[in-house]
Design a protein around this ligand. Structure first.
Ligand code: NAD
Length: 340
């Protein structure tokens, strides 16, 4: 177990939807270095329900209008943004301006420019900005990160990933471009991009992508199924498929030699990952990755260590997403990724 911090840091959760209430609140019951101390919600019934369940006093419950008063709350060290994607930049910047460290859910924002503004706000206020890349703290994905760093079987040459689920509710914000920014690629493809980046230890240099629609009405505003290739400077390639219109195996595999060097089944799920190295199953212990993620952010506040999930990492992914959408718009033309 990693060393504990000198004190427990206070976390405010902003947006009490499915991920905040279903995953982060329970995970905060298992953290070593932080605890839930405040809530931000526009819904009175949620304030009452979760305030009661987690013993949050009324003085520590905010809504979206009085959110900026969080600056006065010395119990809050970290503000964790779990809102629809279009609200990430605004609330991350407001939290940074209130002098609070920020964790923002993925995808970081709606654009490269918004992501840069979030980083600038963190720097101006001398607070940290991290992205909710939970998988960095899962044992199987930590092995992938190690493979990228140490290349035990030589450099990874080819990777494949799928991540898809079915969205059926037309009122879901994920189908509204103004709120979501993009569709399956934006929401799910980012996990595939991350896996490719950490298991090669490199960022891709160019992309080729196509979008396919089978339901033009439901997916009138956002992408339904996207197939994309990330190309790396050393010739490595990642082929990935993401979709909002079928449920896929959620599989990630990386080849450095003629066997699967690393394979993670159920790779991107909340639990149940299975890791195979060179075809052999590796035993994994159960972890709550979100607890480890938040604990690591707290440790970095004292040590200054790189969390691996900084805003700078999120920004690189936004540059890659931007290039993928440009390739789709150009009917699959190769697009060089601009990281400047
Ligand atoms: P959700 O719809 O369940 O929750 C969104 C919350 O935002 C709700 O409480 C809603 O009331 C609130 N909200 C405030 N203003 C809103 C508005 N104008 N429109 C819609 N909702 C509004 O969504 P979710 O699945 O919890 O996703 C929230 C964020 O978390 C997204 O950025 C998503 O990408 C991210 N997420 C991350 C993971 C992960 O594994 N890291 C998993 C799921 C979601």
């Amino acid at each position: 177990m990693a060393p504990a911090t000198k004190r427990k840091y206070g976390v405010a959760l902003v947006g009490l939807g499915r991920y905040a209430t279903g995953q982060l609140m329970p995970a905060l019951q298992h953290t070593q270095n932080c605890q839930l101390v405040a809530l931000v919600t526009g819904t009175k019934s949620k304030a009452a329900l979760y305030g009661g369940r987690y013993q949050i006093p009324d003085t520590h419950i905010y809504n979206y209008d009085n959110f900026d008063r969080i600056v006065e709350n010395e119990d809050v060290d970290i503000v964790y943004i779990v809102l629809p994607n279009s609200m990430h930049a605004e609330y991350s910047i407001r939290a940074a301006n209130a002098g609070k460290h920020v964790i923002c859910e993925k995808p970081m924002a709606l654009s490269v420019a918004e992501s840069q503004a979030m980083i600038a706000a963190g720097e101006a206020n001398q607070v940290t900005l991290n992205i909710g890349y939970r998988l960095h703290f899962h044992q199987a994905h930590r092995v992938a990160i190690q493979v990228g760093r140490e290349q035990p079987e030589g450099a990874v040459k080819y990777m494949q990933a799928e991540l898809a689920f079915k969205v059926t509710d037309p009122s879901e914000w994920r189908l509204n471009k103004a709120l979501a920014g993009g569709g399956a690629l934006y929401d799910l493809g980012i996990y595939c991009i991350q896996a490719a980046r950490y298991s090669t230890g490199q960022s891709p240099v160019s992309v080729i992508a196509r979008e396919y629609k089978t339901d033009a009405e439901l997916f009138s505003q956002v992408d339904e199924t996207v197939n994309f290739q990330l190309e790396f400077a050393d010739g490595a390639v990642m082929s990935a498929t993401t979709s909002y219109n079928f449920k896929a195996d959620r599989h990630f595999v990386a080849y450095a030699n003629n066997q699967s060097t690393l394979e993670i089944r159920d790779a991107f799920n909340y639990s149940g990952q299975q890791l195979f190295m060179n075809g052999r199953r590796v035993a994994l212990s159960r972890v709550v990755m979100q607890s480890l993620q938040m604990d690591a952010v707290c440790r970095s506040l004292e040590s200054g260590a790189d969390t691996g999930i900084s805003g700078a990492e999120g920004l690189k992914d936004m540059c890659i997403l931007d290039a993928i959408y440009r390739s789709i718009a150009a009917d699959g033309r190769r697009v060089v990724i601009d990281y400047s």
